[in-house]
Structures are given as C-alpha cells and as structure tokens.
Design a protein around this ligand. Structure first.
Ligand SMILES: [Zn+2]
Length: 213
C-alpha cells in the first residue's frame, strides 16, 4: 500500500477528493507533515442544504490540523469550492474530513476533548500545540450541540441552570435530569454560564465524552 493510500484511508477521503501531495517540512520545530488534498478536475459538489450536485463557483485555500503523524504536526490543506445552487445561492461546501467552520479534523477534536476532560484547557493547549482560544471554541461547539438537544423552553433562571449543568458536568451526572427544571433562558446563555463557571473556577470541565459526542 502506498503512503498516499494510508493517508487517504486515515482522513476518510472519498471521491472526488484525493491526496495529491505529502511533504515533511523539517525547517520547522516541531516538524510539520503537510498533506495536500484536491478534487478531481470537473467535479461537482453537493450543496450543503439540499445535496444537489452543483458546479463550483469559486475556490478558497483552507487548512485543518490533524492528529500528529508520530512526532510531527500534521496539517491538511485543500482548495474548497463554493457550490452555485439554483435554490440556495452560493455556499461553501462541506468536506468529508472536517465539520463546517472547524480548523480541525474530528479525530483531532476527539483527542482535544479527551485531554480537556482530564486537565485545564491551557494545559491541553500546551500539549497539543494550539492556542487555548482554539480549544475553547471546540469545547463551546460541542457543549452547545449537547445543550441544544435538551428541551429548555421553560427555563427562566440561567445562572441557576448553568450552575446545575456545571455541577452535572463535574460530577458526571447526566444533564438530561435538568429537562424537568421549570424556567426560560436561551441555551446560549446557559452555555456561556457553564464555560464561565469552568474558567473562573479554574477546575476541569469533566463533561463526559458521551454527552459531547
Ligand atoms: Zn441547494
């Protein structure tokens, strides 16, 4: 099996995407492995809302941090098009190796979440080699995704609920128990409260991965 096939499998690339280049930059410390991905010429791309295959409207060079390859930082890059859909206008397409608007692959995010569960975000950032702000954005996305699964229409005491969710996160108790609290705050305020409490306390955010993923 060629090395490009191994990287293709590792990233979960599917047509029209393919690996076109890999190079190790040894002039940087730590060294960086760069994987270049490209679409087949003439390919059409699914519009994000409806899935209709559309012509590319324009392209933008983007990059994502992936799991380290041995001791080397691994960075995936690709020119990603915006699809020109007759029903939804021009929208950036989704790539199979990362969620929308993330600068990381899911495998990288999973490792980051596991580390953040076990230590302060700043410590996880030092180990992974990215800024803690970027890790907070990953955490915020998955906390928001988790909280939005719950019925919070009748919540009216954000600080109380935030404290309760935070307590549940720290103790490992399922947040689902909070479904029955009768109050009416926006989920965003609750998430902000959870993250704020975690930051102020300086403690670990022990949200279980089963709640986050
Ligand atoms: Zn569409």
């Amino acid at each position: 099996m060629a090395s490009s096939d191994i990287f293709t499998l590792g990233l979960g690339l599917t047509p029209p995407w393919r690996m076109i280049d890999q190079r190790l930059e040894t002039d940087k410390q730590p060294n960086e492995l760069h994987l270049a991905v490209a679409a087949e010429p003439g390919a059409r791309f699914p519009c994000p809302p409806c899935g209709r295959l559309c012509k590319p409207h324009d392209w933008k060079e983007l990059s994502w941090r992936h799991l380290n390859f041995f001791q080397h930082a691994c960075i995936v890059s690709a020119r990603v098009p915006r699809a020109d859909c007759p029903d939804h206008d021009v929208l950036r397409i989704n790539v199979p190796w990362a969620r929308p608007d993330s600068g990381f692959t899911p495998l990288f995010e999973q490792v980051a979440l596991l580390l953040m569960r076990e230590m302060p975000v700043s410590a996880a950032a030092r180990i992974i080699g990215v800024t803690d702000q970027r890790l907070w954005r990953i955490l915020q996305f998955y906390v928001r995704q988790t909280v939005e699964r719950f019925d919070l229409r009748h919540v009216d005491n954000a600080s109380s609920i935030a404290a309760n969710i935070s307590t549940a996160a720290f103790s490992g108790v399922s947040v689902r128990r909070l479904r029955h609290v009768r109050n009416s705050a926006a989920p965003a305020a609750i998430i902000a409260g959870v993250i704020s409490i975690s930051r102020v306390s300086g403690a670990r955010l022990l949200m279980r991965s089963s709640l986050l993923l």
